[in-house]
Design a protein around this ligand. Structure first.
Ligand SMILES: C[S@@+](CC[C@H](N)C(=O)[O-])C[C@H]1O[C@@H](n2cnc3c(N)ncnc32)[C@H](O)[C@@H]1O
Length: 279
């Protein structure tokens, strides 16, 4: 290939699916990850940097079918760490990084905290907290054995110990241990908006990670909050990522569970997306 042939082809194949900004961002990310060089160098050296070892055309085919970039390259970055990503688990989102950053910020001075991440997926939250909190003992659970296998790979990749357990939290009567921090980004998207989501989400990411029944949007929050109310240590904290539309109902639900303090928090865009409840 000659200089920029690949860039032109990439943009042409992806423009029907993504807007121009997204295409450009994806190209930059793809090039940096696959070629292992800064994007500006690719712009200078173009196709000369492409190695024969990587099947770019097959990657492009997958991307043009709508498969997320993170699944095609097999990695994403979360909280400055590298995570393996594939169809076994949801791709961690930037707003979840905000939640993790807040937990780290508020608890950085404490050592040896006991932490539980419910619905761990790739292990992004659990592994990041194990890396960033001093001597934290982190447990993570998920209903999906596939997700747990991926999360274990990510703990290994980032050189931390996390205890992984398979569990259906909706069937869980009580937690076997007490924790200083319980954190969860549970499924929260009502089924009725499924068709409004981008096809790279509904066709590729696991439905079990995303959707809740329309008539029970707070299903997971209710169960997890009840478990946390019993199992948090004194002054322990429950952290949730939330769905904006049901945020006020969630705050009310948590106040009804007897937490001493319930704090609603906004994301980077000013939308109410997180809650911290203190026992
Ligand atoms: C929104 S994803 C969050 C994944 C990850 N924590 C993150 O923030 O990127 C929700 C996770 O909850 C898990 N999950 C769904 N139903 C569950 C259940 N009944 N018990 C435990 N985990 C469940 C899914 O498998 C999925 O990994």
């Amino acid at each position: 290939m000659k200089r920029n042939t690949f860039r032109d082809l990439f943009l042409k194949r992806l423009q029907p699916l993504y807007d121009a900004r997204e295409c450009a961002a994806m190209l930059r990310w793809y090039v940096q990850d696959r070629f292992g060089i800064p994007y500006h160098q690719f712009l200078l050296d173009g196709d000369e940097e492409m190695s024969d070892d990587i099947d770019y055309l097959s990657d492009l085919e997958r991307l043009s079918q709508g498969e997320p970039l993170q699944y095609v390259i097999g990695f994403t970055e979360f909280c400055g760490l590298r995570f393996r990503t594939d169809s076994r688990a949801l791709i961690p989102r930037p707003e979840t990084e905000e939640l993790v950053a807040a937990v780290v910020d508020e608890n950085a001075s404490l050592s040896g905290l006991k932490v539980l991440d419910i619905g761990t997926g790739t292990g992004a939250i659990a592994v990041s907290l194990a890396v960033r909190l001093d001597h934290a003992a982190v447990t993570a659970c998920d209903i999906s054995a596939d997700a747990l296998a991926l999360a274990a790979e990510n703990a290994h990749l980032n050189n931390v110990q996390v205890r992984f357990e398979q569990c259906d939290i909706l069937q869980c009567e009580n937690l076997s241990e007490s924790y200083d921090i319980i954190i969860s980004n549970p499924p929260y998207i009502p089924e009725n908006i499924r068709n409004t989501l981008h096809r790279n989400v509904i066709d590729y990411e696991p439905g079990v990670a995303l959707f809740v029944p329309d008539d029970q949007p707070l299903l997971f929050y209710d169960r997890i909050a009840s478990l946390a109310a019993q199992s948090l240590l004194p002054n322990g904290k429950l952290y949730f990522e939330t769905y904006e539309e049901y945020h006020p109902q969630l705050v009310e639900l948590l106040m009804g569970k007897g937490f001493a303090e319930v704090e609603s928090r906004k994301d980077f865009y000013g939308r109410p997306r997180f809650v911290r409840a203190t026992r």
